[in-house]
Design a binder for this molecule. Structure first.
Ligand SMILES: [Zn+2]
Ligand SMILES: [Zn+2]
Length: 325
């Protein structure tokens, strides 16, 4: 799940990167002062927003281990002030709908619920999110191959992105294709989790490799929860990139880059204060309203850790006591 500082001009590819042997400076987690400066001055903000961005309520990013994203990729981070000064994509009166485009089948029991994905993204960004009618793979002009090693079917991402771009609706802020099919970006590559173009506001992501069956393992009794958690996480991470948010190097955050499934599983679903402030400035939602919607969602789907976390944030922002909720 990568995003470079050049994100507006580049197409970016997600996962399964080809690493060079170049020496990469070891990642040093930012100091307290650097994290504070990444949030930016909050003096002029309303009290509730200041409380929502309190640095001490958020866990700093941990050291990276060999094989982790920041051990392999040098990233400078993107402070709130840098984000504001950049030519970032933001929704406006015309382009304000996030579209999800399912490609191929989403079989019940094996795939995440499209309705829940839509509901989650709508709560997360406090925007309208619509699901477009699912497209049938054979009706699209897509390049398909059998992976030379595993022999599983894979679709060429560039064909999907071209298709999305040429069908972009006038009111689309962005369109994200989602699929249970495996993907590849180039004949030389083994596979890719996804690919997107911030400039064109289109992306495609596969959930195929979030299923243990893909690796010949069996699904646990909590498979649906695991799949929903992984799918919602990648979905909001990638949609946030469409708002020109770069990867986060300051706190534990859904916008942290990840190089492998274990790393992305350890990444939270929540936004740190730097990234929350960026999205807030772009979309203009009420932070408490957003947390209430997320609290409802987490409660409905049984994401207990996340529900408790959001409840804690609401207590802080709204000054609630333990007895009141
Ligand atoms: Zn990313
Ligand atoms: Zn962040």
């Amino acid at each position: 799940m990568i995003m470079s500082g050049l994100m507006k001009s580049l197409t970016f590819v997600v996962g399964m990167t080809i690493f060079s042997a170049a020496l990469i400076m070891a990642f040093e987690p930012p100091t307290y002062k650097e994290r504070l400066s990444a949030i930016g001055s909050t003096d002029e903000l309303p009290d509730s927003l200041q409380l929502a961005l309190t640095i001490d309520d958020f866990e700093p990013i941990p050291d990276s281990r060999p094989g982790d994203w920041l051990a392999e990729h040098h990233e400078n981070g993107q402070t709130f002030d840098e984000f504001i000064q950049s030519d970032n994509n933001s929704p406006d009166k015309i382009r304000n709908v996030i579209y999800l485009q399912p490609i191929g089948q989403f079989r019940q029991g094996q795939s995440p619920s499209l309705d829940l994905l839509r509901e989650y993204a709508a709560a997360y960004f406090v925007m309208n999110v619509d699901i477009l009618p699912a497209t049938v793979i054979r009706r699209l002009d897509l390049t398909i191959r059998l992976n030379p090693y595993s022999q599983n079917r894979q679709i060429l991402t560039g064909d999907i992105l071209r298709n999305l771009k040429s069908n972009l609706r006038g009111n689309a802020f962005c369109v994200l294709a989602i699929t249970m099919e495996d993907l590849y970006p180039d004949p030389r590559w083994n596979f890719v989790f996804g690919q997107a173009s911030v400039r064109d506001r289109v992306g495609v992501f596969s959930f195929a490799r979030y299923d243990p069956v893909f690796y010949g393992e069996s699904r646990s009794s909590r498979y649906q929860e695991l799949l929903l958690r992984r799918s919602t996480k990648v979905l909001v991470h990638e949609i946030a990139h469409m708002f020109s948010l770069a990867h986060c190097i300051y706190f534990k955050c859904v916008m942290n880059g990840s190089n492998h499934l274990q790393e992305s599983d350890s990444r939270p679903l929540s936004l740190c204060p730097v990234c929350l402030r960026k999205l807030h400035s772009s979309i203009g939602f009420d932070v408490a309203t957003r947390y209430h919607r997320l609290q409802q969602f987490y409660s409905n789907v049984g994401f207990i850790f996340e529900k408790d976390w959001v409840t804690g944030r609401l207590r802080k922002i709204e000054g609630l006591t333990n007895e009141q909720d």
